[in-house]
Design a binder for this molecule. Sequence first.
Ligand SMILES: [Mg+2]
Length: 114
Amino acid sequence: MECDDYQRAALRTARDKDAPDEFMHLVLGLVGEAGEIAEKVKKLVRDHDSDLAMLDRDDMAAELGDVLWYAAVLASFVPAWVHIIFGVSFAALGSVSPRLGSWYSARRLKAMGS
Ligand SMILES: [Mg+2]
């Protein structure tokens, strides 16, 4: 599945983009899901001496999926598809492949009207 496929699927389960306060709802949802991850890690630190072997990986994967869902839907509010945002993220990490880098540059130039 490509990331824009994922975004389209996420948008099918999202509220209408024009619903009242939808942007704020999504931002708060994203922060809430990140908070759920922090809470689970806090309990891992408090109760299990930060032993990652004690981490419920399925539960963490579900929470990360929730974060991904909010990020994908939020991305629909900016004039870029989620794969462009992923491209920015890859580039920021210095891990963008030459192929993706040139694809991303072409898309960015096109979006800027160049
Ligand atoms: Mg959750």
